[in-house]
Design a protein around this ligand. Structure first.
Ligand code: HEM
Length: 200
């Protein structure tokens, strides 16, 4: 922030400190929190989307074959990876009033944690929810949350993932999983592999 104040560039941090200099009421702590959210929110999540997708495609050869035969399925495939192995498992909200929520009495300021994983495998919404199917009809998942706080980076994550998958499988058409013990990262809220070893 200090560097951009001295020498602004064509980037987000410069825009933020310029707004501040023009009197927009945001202090340094708020700026820092926003920048941290962007850094953390935009990093592991997209990495996991790509890792989870490579793992899913290599363990579901029929789905990979569909994608190789029809490259226009790339965006549907990304949505199905987001639904089936959502990189972010949960999100939360704070109650703005006392009221019952899904039959549970809640009070103002209490936190509510919602499982995006459960919602994305809801049998009332998805046909055969536990099946990874890149040509499913309806993929209205909530992997990016919803409402006013829906993920700000969703369009970027989608662009990155589509590009990464198409380049990876174009460049390494014979990619396959190497012999390995898979470990899912023991980090609450996130769903991703510690490592994924492939042979090309
Ligand atoms: C596959 C990749 C990603 C997934 C699965 C994901 C998921 C999420 C989820 C579930 C939320 C909470 C939404 C809610 O509570 O309604 C969120 C919020 C957020 N995400 Fe992402 N995200 C991804 C990529 C990114 C990227 C690339 C960026 C930034 C460049 C980013 C920045 C943020 C920020 C700043 C918020 C907070 C938004 C707010 O509170 O208003 N995310 N994301």
């Amino acid at each position: 922030m200090a560097a951009r104040r001295t020498k602004p560039q064509d980037d987000l941090i410069s825009d933020m400190v310029t707004l501040q200099a023009h009197g927009v009421p945001i202090d340094d702590e708020e700026l820092r929190t926003n920048l941290q959210s962007l850094l953390v929110g935009g990093n592991l999540t997209t990495t996991d989307l790509i890792g989870n997708g490579v793992w899913l495609l290599l363990t579901h050869p029929d789905e990979l074959a569909k994608l190789k035969a029809e490259s226009s399925l790339a965006s549907a495939m990304v949505e199905e990876v987001l639904r089936y192995e959502s990189p972010v498992a949960m999100t939360s909200r704070v109650m703005s009033e006392d009221r019952d929520l899904a039959g549970c009495p809640m009070q103002h300021s209490q936190s509510v944690f919602t499982s995006l994983h459960a919602a994305n495998r809801d049998a009332a919404v998805f046909e055969q929810p536990d099946q990874f199917n890149i040509t499913r009809e309806k993929v209205s998942h909530v992997a990016f949350g919803g409402g006013p706080h829906t993920c700000i980076g969703a369009p970027l994550a989608r662009i990155e993932a589509r590009r990464a998958f198409s380049l990876l499988f174009e460049k390494y058409p014979n990619m396959r999983l190497a012999e390995q013990d898979l470990t899912w990262r023991a980090l609450p809220f996130f769903r991703g592999l510690e490592t994924l070893i492939v042979e090309v």
